[in-house]
Ligand binder design. Structure first.
Ligand code: GRF
Length: 217
């Protein structure tokens, strides 16, 4: 099977990008990252891509008066590189409808909460504020509304007594680094598809064990 050509969009640290780079190094992984685009010129993730010899582009949203023009530039760069599937990995800009429609069901995002709860910025702070006992992360297909769209995969982690935003973020991030490559494998291999705004095709043995938080005695 031919490997899918992936474009990754970032704005910062790029630790999820790093997890995807490492996954793509495996010979049996069904995808290759062919382009990394950052909207932030100093994003650390750009260095990670360069170290892995992956072509990079900086497309600074501040250079574009209109979102549509910024999106069109992203789209052109992705097309030039022959990208087939886009992965947002800490990309902090919303896309307009044209871009979303153009990449519909070929465009993933990762968010650090169990969607549809806690969409948007500062998810961990709001999780702690709400006092929920279980949080996690979600990979979903992108739609116009922020952090919405058919959910492909989720990972749950406990919220611990005494957690700070930083400690919870670190626990969720570890799960993100496992979830995103796993999800990309499913999508890039064609194992899943979207039907009626739900993801289908997730066959196979599931771990049936519930996560208890606090744990059972
Ligand atoms: C991650 O928590 C991701 O879920 C969110 O932004 C953060 C990006 O981190 N969308 P990194 O740049 O991948 O390290």
């Amino acid at each position: 099977m031919s490997r899918k050509r992936i474009g990754v969009l970032i704005s910062g640290r790029g630790s999820n990008l790093q997890a995807l780079i490492e996954a793509c190094n495996a010979r049996d992984f069904p995808a290759d990252i062919v382009l990394v685009i950052s909207n932030v010129p100093q994003a650390q993730g750009l260095l990670r891509a360069e170290t892995a010899h992956i072509p990079t582009r900086t497309i600074n949203h501040k250079d574009f008066p209109l979102r549509e023009a910024f999106d069109a530039c992203l789209d052109a760069a992705l097309n030039e590189a022959g990208v087939e599937l886009v992965c947002n990995a800490g990309f902090m800009r919303l896309h307009g409808q044209t871009f979303v429609a153009r990449w519909r069901d070929r465009h993933l995002n990762i968010h650090p909460s169990l969607l549809p709860a806690f969409k948007g910025l500062d998810a961990h702070a709001r999780v702690l504020e709400a006092g929920v006992r279980i949080s996690g992360c979600t990979v979903h297909f992108v739609r116009s509304e922020m952090d919405s769209g058919p959910i492909v995969a989720q990972a749950a982690v406990p919220v611990l007594n005494g957690d700070t935003e930083a400690s919870l973020a670190a626990r969720v991030l570890e799960a993100e680094h496992r979830l995103y490559p796993h999800t990309l494998r499913l999508v890039a291999s064609g194992a899943v598809s979207v039907e009626g705004e739900r993801v289908v095709g997730l066959a196979g043995e599931q771990d049936q064990a519930p996560l208890f938080s606090p744990p059972l005695p």
